[in-house]
Design a protein around this ligand. Sequence first.
Ligand code: E4P
Length: 217
Amino acid sequence: MKLFIDTANVNEIREAHSWGIICGVTTNPSLIAKEGRDFKEVVNEICSIVDGPISAEVISLKAEGMIEEAKDLAKIHKNIVIKIPMTAEGLKAVSVLSKEGIKTNVTLIFSAAQALLAAKAGATYVSPFVGRLDDIGQNGIELIKEIVQIFKNYPDIKTEIIAASIRHPIHVIEAAKAGAHIATVPFKVLEQMTKHALTDVGIERFLKDWEKVPKKS
Ligand code: E4P
């Protein structure tokens, strides 16, 4: 499974990239707003750090506006993927953009039916939101399993599944077990994934024992 980072913070992106574990970035309007910087400037900087798919989201609600925004954003860098919300207008836009070779990530997916439609429209990626489903008492990982099964049944579907709205390491592991192609993970969760109490205890014990090793100089 590939890992993307779900943030617009360039310091977090630089740090995670230096670990050699991420190959893409997803942003959304809320994440961009947190940075208090110009949208295109941030996206440009992200593209200079990670050489992989960088999702940037449109804000228009009509297909025409989405397409216009998408074409403008796609000019920023060859790696830009246009994030489009899962609506009928969004599907129209995805259908046009995919025929023009512009990659899309259909976001705010909360059902297998939505994922199937997005794939049929030509989406490069679909982003089912695991955490937000869990928040309302539905099982987000079950949705990932359903979409994986459907896409596997039809090998002509080339759309990749990005497990999104990830809240903790277990979500990442469950998404990987379910067969999601990608998980897009907040920096805090990536940090949590590096840690285990026994690792810390182990390091401490090794260092203590090392003090007992006779040193010549
Ligand atoms: C996906 O691409 C979205 O940016 C993100 O995963 C949303 O997560 P949230 O539910 O934590 O806002």
